[in-house]
Design a protein around this ligand. Structure first.
Ligand code: BDR
Ligand code: CA
Length: 330
């Protein structure tokens, strides 16, 4: 079994990703670490507990960072989601504050904080044995690697939902997860992890879901698949007034985060994967939070590749994998 740690800002698509990861016998999910992102960390932790409880409640949840890696003091920070729901991450139409499809959690978060647990768990693990699946801002992982740089040896790979090559969703060029904490993303990129794969918006927008796909999931008819179907329906509605998918005129939603889980199961769900150099714009200008991928490795002055980036994805395969995985909740 592949040992996974999911770092989440739950979130509608994070919820589906967690559910899918927990349903696959190929994976052992060691824990769920939460981070400030779609909503403040209070909310993302509560939502993560709700999803863990839906799935039996045995997967531990560790609360992570409440603020960015480099804090707001620098004054160039566009802002951060706040507890009262104000702040820039006002994408409630797509996520809501809480995962209302599940009742409030009765299970509790662990006492240890996410960063301490990440460092402890990784340092106790065999070399090259753990796969990190960050699905929100990289704040927790950046702190963990700053505290204990040796954790990089323990990590087999990082499969990250974040960034955009030609698509932004928080600004013209900034993707939400990276935009919320670009410094953390740059720290993680420069830390010396063996393999980092970006699953950016370019891939997730190719792997959009339609109402018919939600209906296939609805037809499975289990509590877990019903929650996923409702979340996808909510997203399709939210995206109809927000961002159109380039490849279809139908109402559609990207379902970003589960694409990382499926890519670990079947790498061919990602397409056009390029070994590239990535720099993150942390400057505070118009390109703030942009993931600048240099995909032209042959260029004379190109810097050496430091990551992989998936520029596309196989939509049919993705939807089939989602349906097949959720059928396992029967
Ligand atoms: C990413 O940002 C969040 O809104 C989603 O959960 C996803 O991880 C997409 O930009
Ligand atoms: Ca997320």
């Amino acid at each position: 079994k592949r040992k996974l740690i999911l770092d989440v800002d739950t979130g509608s698509d994070d919820s589906v990703a967690i559910i899918c990861a927990l349903l696959r016998p190929e994976f052992e999910v060691l824990g769920l670490t939460t981070v400030n992102g779609n909503r403040c960390v209070d909310y993302t932790t509560e939502n993560t507990l709700r999803i863990s409880e839906l799935m039996g409640g045995t997967t531990p949840v560790y609360r992570g960072c409440a603020n960015t890696y480099i804090s707001i003091m620098l004054g160039r920070r566009p802002g951060y989601p706040r507890r009262d729901g104000s702040g820039p991450a006002n994408n409630a139409g797509v996520h809501g504050d809480f995962i209302d499809q599940c009742p409030p959690a009765t299970i509790k978060e662990q006492e240890m904080d996410a960063v301490s647990w990440l460092v402890k768990t990784l340092m106790e693990a065999e070399d090259d044995s753990i796969t990190l699946v960050p699905l929100g801002p990289l704040t927790n992982i950046a702190h963990a690697v700053a505290i204990q740089p040796k954790i990089v040896n323990k990590v087999h790979e990082i499969m990250y939902m974040g960034g955009g090559y030609k698509i932004g969703n928080k600004s013209a060029v900034g993707e939400m997860n990276v935009w919320l904490d670009p410094d953390a993303a740059q720290v993680v990129l420069s830390a010396g992890f063996k393999k980092i794969t970006f699953v950016p918006l370019d891939a997730t927008h190719k792997a959009y879901l339609l109402a018919d796909d939600a209906a296939r999931i609805r037809a499975i008819g289990t509590p877990a698949s019903d929650v996923c179907a409702s979340l996808i329906e909510q997203r399709i509605k939210g995206y109809s007034t927000w961002q159109k998918m380039v490849d279809t005129d139908e109402l559609a939603t990207p379902l970003h985060d589960p694409l990382c889980v499926m890519a670990l199961l079947d790498p061919t769900v990602l397409q056009n994967v390029v070994h590239a150099h990535c720099e993150i714009d942390c400057g505070g200008g118009a390109a703030y939070g942009q993931t600048i991928f240099d995909i032209f490795n042959g260029r004379l002055d190109a810097l050496p590749p430091n990551c992989y980036v998936a520029l596309s994805a196989d939509r049919e395969k993705y939807v089939d994998l989602l349906v097949e995985t959720l059928q396992r909740s029967k």
